[in-house]
Design a binder for this molecule. Structure first.
Ligand SMILES: *Cc1c(COP(=O)(O)O)cnc(C)c1O
Length: 519
């Protein structure tokens, strides 16, 4: 349970010289120990400052030697500066200030702000007897808090709240700026984001779009893939990869994957090429690029185009180049759980070809060349400005996060070294993986999933059914043609992975896996 600190608790934390309030201090350190978040309310900043100043003044008046002759207002601000480090500021929003005619407007504001949290996940920590009596569900005294049994520590598969806690000020500023300028579609944040992503990948063009799926769809449309055409891809991927091929009226041709990387087996692609083949769509699964140079060479020999489905691999590199900038077109997704995720749907397309970029920019806005002049059949496929703002807030931390993900993956693999029934991910020496998923191959996978679940360790299966074995793809599927994909579907399991995963949680996850696989 998180805590929202009332002024008296902030004062206790800042002024140890004042009448000692051992419970308040103990409550604050317990909150930290339990990895719960101590929140401060931005609307109470002045009250905090006044309270700390007043307490310092009283302590000085009572003869606290260290305070004699000190600049107390300045000292109050310094103490607050130190105290607020590592704590979260809860924004004061317009709605908090709706009532000045209540008996206690300050408390009303605090309670209103508290209403933004899921009930039961946070309480106001206060020593104010009247507050505690009036709001027993929303307030807790330090003594009551210390008496609460610790809630079971939860391990998250992906921890977006921790990430948010590191970027909150920038995030809120960026979102509010959009609310004020009001250019919700094709706003300035979109241009800023496209610039940042473009220079990061080194591609000549970045076109943000409504989702990763939309990115793939627009790419196929731009390449003129349509009825009668075939597109070579992998059956061991998220369904969107094949779905968009069908949506443009073409046919996905599934080529089996490599057992180690789970990516399309480049040596089997040539055998699947027919006169109808228009493009190859490899997927950089789990965040590791496929054998792009080999694939590009085949495409070159047969005059095909290559669309990298980089929805899981933004940030990865391959022979010194970035994923998304490895072929004719690269597509990524900003779905919230992806390595770079926004708070809704979003995606981007990358290319070095000016002609394709122009077509794709038009396709994204209903094939519009200029206002209300439609030269192509397009889609409503823009990424909205608010989502671009969210990504811009996350952007400064992204490189650090990628490095963390790689280090965490390496640590997992070290922890599993020597466990005979566990195959850890194989990353080729000439490329990196951003670990959209950290995925093991194990025998007895389904039993492992259940055992982990019973021990409170979340896991996921990416993916349990190859696309050529899915009901919707029955008429084009040939599951027995891709035996490696079939075998992987029965043996892969993904473990919790995010940049803020604690070592202690990782140890717990790894030992649960090792115990359950019988070592
Ligand atoms: C997530 C994902 C997509 C689809 O992205 P959305 O943004 O959810 O539309 C496509 N392909 C792969 C491999 C993915 O992982």
């Amino acid at each position: 349970m998180d805590l929202l600190l009332d002024t008296d608790c902030v004062v206790a934390g800042c002024v140890p010289e004042a009448a000692p309030d051992a419970d308040s201090l103990a409550a604050l350190s317990r909150c930290a120990q339990l990895h719960a978040t101590p929140w401060l309310y931005a609307g109470a900043a002045q009250a905090y400052e006044d309270g700390v100043h007043r307490a310092l003044q009283e302590a000085a008046d009572e003869g606290a030697a260290a305070l004699a002759g000190a600049d107390l207002p300045r000292l109050a601000r310094q103490r607050l500066q130190t105290f607020t480090q590592g704590k979260q500021w809860l924004a004061a929003l317009a709605g908090d200030c709706a009532s000045f005619d209540s008996a206690d407007p300050a408390r009303e504001r605090l309670l209103h702000a508290l209403g933004r949290f899921t009930p039961g996940t946070i309480k106001v920590l206060t020593g104010d007897a009247a507050f505690l009596a009036a709001c027993p569900d929303q307030a807790v005294s330090p003594a009551q808090y210390l008496a609460l049994p610790p809630s079971a520590q939860r391990v998250d598969f992906i921890d977006l709240p921790s990430q948010q806690s590191f970027i909150r000020p920038e995030l809120e500023e960026r979102v509010h700026r959009v609310l004020h300028h009001g250019r919700y579609i094709l706003g300035p944040e979109m241009d800023e984001l496209e610039q940042a992503l473009q220079s990061y990948t080194g591609a000549a063009h970045c076109i943000t779009v409504a989702s990763g799926t939309e990115a793939l769809l627009i790419s196929l449309m731009a390449l003129g893939v349509g009825p009668g055409d075939e597109v070579i891809t992998t059956p061991f991927t998220f369904v969107a990869t094949a779905e968009v091929i069908c949506l443009v009226g073409a046919r996905p041709v599934f080529v089996d994957v490599e057992p180690e990387t789970c990516n399309i087996d480049a040596s089997k692609i040539e055998g699947a090429i027919t006169p109808r083949t228009k493009a190859i769509m490899p997927v950089s699964l789990y965040g590791q690029p496929a054998d792009m140079d080999e694939i590009n060479a085949i495409a070159h020999a047969y005059q095909l185009r290559v669309i990298e489905d980089a929805c899981q691999s933004f940030g990865a590199s391959y022979r010194g180049r970035r994923s998304c900038n490895l072929s004719t077109i690269g597509c990524t997704s900003f779905f919230p759980s992806k390595p770079l995720g926004c708070y809704g749907d979003g995606g981007a397309i990358f290319t070095n070809r000016d002609d394709l970029a122009e077509i794709m920019r038009e396709l994204r806005v209903h094939g519009q060349e200029r206002r209300y002049v439609h030269t192509r059949i397009g889609v409503g496929g823009r990424m909205d400005t608010l989502q671009c703002a969210v990504l811009l807030a996350k952007w400064p931390r992204f490189e650090w996060e990628v490095e963390r993900r790689m280090a965490i993956a390496q640590r997992y693999s070290d922890l599993f070294a020597g466990a005979a029934r566990i195959k850890t991910p194989v990353i080729r020496a000439d490329r990196t993986c951003v670990f959209a998923q950290y995925t093991l191959q194990v025998s007895g996978r389904d039993a492992l999933v259940e055992t982990l679940q019973s021990r409170g360790v979340p896991s996921a299966v990416h993916y349990p059914i190859p696309l050529n074995n899915q009901p919707a793809y029955e008429d084009i599927g040939c599951p027995e043609c891709t035996p490696v994909a079939a075998r992987l579907a029965a043996s892969v399991i993904s473990l919790p992975m995010h940049a803020d995963l604690r070592e202690s949680d990782q140890d717990l996850i790894a030992s649960a896996v090792i115990a359950a696989t019988g070592h």
